[in-house]
Design a protein around this ligand. Structure first.
Ligand SMILES: [Cu+2]
Length: 126
């Protein structure tokens, strides 16, 4: 009985996070910074910070390497500047456009649904 309740709880948590589409970041995961230039580093099999909240116009650099090729996740509502023709194997720097959610992933260890090695940048106005 108890294990079934636990399973149900886990299941609803998974459903809740996948409802946010191509990000595994939930509202409380985001780390806000008002800095003009921010670097997202690869750390083990993940990104740090994984869930970043910034202001429009922030210049963001995301680390990448042969081991951790970077690609943006296509956004249905606005252009994601990290979507590239070819996966990047060196750091990519972009100026974030308007308000929205911009996700990215490592093509070796993540996927376009935001699973595994992936992250998300939320651009908000203050
Ligand atoms: Cu990777």
């Amino acid at each position: 009985m108890r294990s079934q309740l636990l399973l149900t709880t886990i299941f609803s948590l998974i459903s809740a996070s996948s409802a946010l589409a191509n990000t595994s970041c939930t509202e409380t995961d985001y780390v806000f910074t008002s800095e003009a230039n921010v670097e997202i580093k690869t750390q083990g099999m993940g990104y740090s910070p994984k869930c970043l909240r910034v202001l429009p116009g922030t210049v963001i650099t995301i680390q990448a390497s042969k081991r951790h090729p970077l690609q943006g996740i296509q956004n249905p509502t606005n252009d994601n500047p990290f979507v590239m023709d070819t996966d990047a194997e060196v750091a990519v720097t972009q100026r974030m456009p308007g308000v929205g959610e911009y996700s990215y992933f490592c093509t070796n260890h993540g996927d376009t649904q935001g699973n595994g090695m992936a992250g998300s940048i939320q651009v908000v106005t203050q």
